[in-house]
Design a protein around this ligand. Structure first.
Ligand code: COA
Length: 224
């Protein structure tokens, strides 16, 4: 085994994975540094994390048990966050946009939104996944991905969506959203970056609501 491979194995073995609770500042700085040199980033991912952390729990998509850090000897070196999102079926997208354009129909809009929520599929969104630059390519991202999937499944979630590197995520089982007929509400994002995984095999492919559905991310995603 090469020396570098051995070192990476040791790093991964020594990594402690845990739910983050009190280290918000360390995480913001880690996320900022991780994305600093990323060409496709807007370099604002740390503010998304801040918003998600600060949202009132009763209306939040934030799930404390799915905010995970990787720690090496008391240093946080990696972070993965899964938040709740919806896959809104096609017919619900149309009815909701029709109603929300009419300001006088507030109660109708509210009931439509409720119906939309009831008929939508609950999923998770992975964003961000961030590893401290000096620890890249040592296996920590993979470790966090697998742990996040395991914990999400244990909590009863069945799928995860993300917008990310097209050559990184397929190794974990991610497929293009378009294979399932799922889209995102951002027209400027190329389809090869939009991916989804079934944590429970067949949960999306066998659900008639999925084809034509659109991801509705937590509202913090549109305003950070
Ligand atoms: C992308 C990122 C999370 C990967 O984590 P990591 O711990 O470095 O990755 P791992 O060690 O688990 O995996 C290494 C493998 O992933 C590949 N890889 C790493 N970054 C990649 C990227 N940006 N695109 C494609 N492949 C990538 C490596 O080439 C390596 O491949 P190999 O196993 O075939 O040799 C990390 O590099 C990072 O934090 N980047 C900056 C922030 C970011 O881009 N986050 C993801 C947003 S979508």
């Amino acid at each position: 085994m090469m020396k570098e491979e051995l070192l990476n194995k040791l790093v991964v073995r020594s990594c402690d994975l845990r739910v983050e609770s009190k280290s918000a500042l360390q995480i913001f700085s880690l996320v900022e540094k991780a994305f600093e040199k990323e060409p496709h980033s807007d370099h604002r991912e740390q503010f998304l994390v801040e918003k998600l952390y600060q949202a009132p729990p009763e209306e939040s998509s934030f799930i404390p048990e799915l905010s995970l850090v990787a720690e090496l000897e008391d240093e946080i070196v990696g972070f993965a966050l899964l938040t709740k999102c919806l896959l809104v079926p096609h017919h619900q997208q149309q009815s909701s946009s029709e109603c929300s354009t009419n300001n006088n129909l507030t109660s109708l809009t509210t009931s439509t939104e409720e119906k939309q929520q009831q008929e939508s599929i609950i999923s998770l969104c992975l964003a961000p996944l961030a590893i401290k630059p000096q620890y890249h390519k040592m296996g920590i991202g993979s470790l966090l991905m697998r742990e996040a999937h395991k914990r999400a499944k244990e909590l009863g979630f069945t799928s995860v969506v993300l917008v990310g590197h097209e050559h990184y995520y397929p190794r974990f089982g991610y497929r293009l959203m378009r294979e399932f007929g799922i889209s995102v509400p951002y027209q400027d994002i190329p389809a090869q970056y939009c991916m989804v995984i079934e944590l429970v095999e067949g949960c999306l492919s066998s659900d008639s609501r999925v084809n034509g559905s659109m991801v509705q991310f937590a509202k913090e995603f549109s305003n950070y």
